[in-house]
Design a protein around this ligand. Structure first.
Ligand SMILES: Nc1ncnc2c1ncn2[C@@H]1O[C@H](COP(=O)(O)OP(=O)(O)OP(=O)(O)O)[C@@H](O)[C@H]1O
Length: 316
């Protein structure tokens, strides 16, 4: 069987370096991605981890140093002309005419790409903008502007949508709307790849995720598996947090200070925490298992990968 069957996106050994004043910087490093057909795939990583660079390589906007990429089994960038009609992407904010209505902007675009005009109202409806279609673009909220951008990508009925940080700068209501739009698109059988450094946002909508840091893949798979594997956390309160921390670290656990207590990351068995501390004569005042979340999984996975240049912040 073709190893790329069933996948909208695959990359193998993908690498991209940039030359800067401080020498060669590896933006994407031996990246193996597999994005299944159908559903929302969260492409997650701290700022500067290589998400945009990867997306730009997939779309033929940046040339990879080495490695292989396929969209729906077709090698890109070579076969991009054959496959590009199946892909809609928002990588940078698209330009619309501010004085024209949302509908007129899309009609112009539909004309330019050869999409039928009847498609315009369909896509406006899909992103929930039909009742504001006659309003000027300049009067739209940021969330509405972003939904219009999504509508534009839908004109040619793509099977794969690629959104690079689509909720940047949006308020909670706008984020909620975009999430709803992505879910609806996936529920129609489309594949949505959404990059983000804000994990809580993606956690609520993603079916599968890939987590990268410093251009390297740290974990990938169904959300529940990635979170379940690494996401356990527990809050521990003890009389002497520093002593307890030393004991738990010596027992191989990942521990961080958390107010007057400690947080143990990635330990799925609270009994191991109790036992290790009791062995050292330290008795717990409280141990509260925390709901495993993508953020815990992410922190556990990316611990120690912070960039020396400081451009890879801890995710919000
Ligand atoms: N054109 C470029 N020239 C030099 N370095 C670049 C260029 N584009 C990206 N980089 C560097 O490559 C690394 C990866 O950047 P990239 O934008 O792909 O990350 P990202 O995960 O999308 O981050 P963000 O969430 O901030 O958008 C960063 O260290 C960045 O500074």
């Amino acid at each position: 069987m073709d190893v790329t069957e069933g996948f909208a996106i695959t990359t193998r050994g993908l690498r991209k370096t940039y030359r800067g004043r401080r020498g060669v910087h590896v933006a994407v490093d031996d990246l193996n991605l597999r994005v299944p057909v159908g559903g929302v795939h969260g492409f997650l990583g701290p700022n500067g981890s290589g998400k945009t660079t990867t997306i730009r390589m997939l779309l033929g906007l940046v040339r990879a140093d080495s490695g292989h990429m396929r969209l729906f089994g077709q090698t890109v960038p070579d076969a991009l002309p054959q496959v590009v009609g199946r892909v809609g992407a928002i990588v940078e904010s698209p330009t619309f005419f501010p004085a024209f209505s949302g509908r007129l902007n899309l009609e112009l675009l539909a004309g330019a790409i050869g999409a039928p005009r009847t498609r315009v109202d369909e896509v406006l409806d899909e992103v929930g903008l039909l009742d504001r279609a006659r309003d000027r673009y300049s009067g739209y909220s940021l969330g509405m502007k972003q939904r219009l951008a999504i509508a534009a990508t839908l004109l040619k009925q793509p099977d794969l949508l690629i959104f690079d940080e689509p909720t940047n700068g949006l308020d909670p209501a706008g984020i909620h709307e975009i999430r709803g739009t992505m879910r609806a698109l996936a529920d129609q059988g489309r594949t949505v790849l959404v990059s983000s450094h804000i994990l809580a946002e993606v956690e609520q909508v993603a079916d599968t995720v890939s987590i990268i840091a410093r251009g390297r893949l740290l974990a990938t798979g169904p959300l529940a598996e990635v979170v379940g594997r690494r996401g356990a956390a527990a809050r521990v309160v003890v009389p002497d947090a520093a002593a307890a921390r030393a004991v738990l670290v010596a027992a191989g656990m990942q521990v961080e200070h958390d107010g007057d207590g400690l947080r143990v990351l990635g330990e799925e068995d609270p009994g191991r925490i109790t036992w290790a501390l009791a062995q050292a004569g330290i008795f717990l005042q409280a141990l509260v298992p925390e709901r495993a979340g993508l953020e815990e999984a992410f922190l556990a996975l990316t611990a120690g990968t912070a960039s020396a240049s400081g451009d890879e912040g801890v995710p919000a």
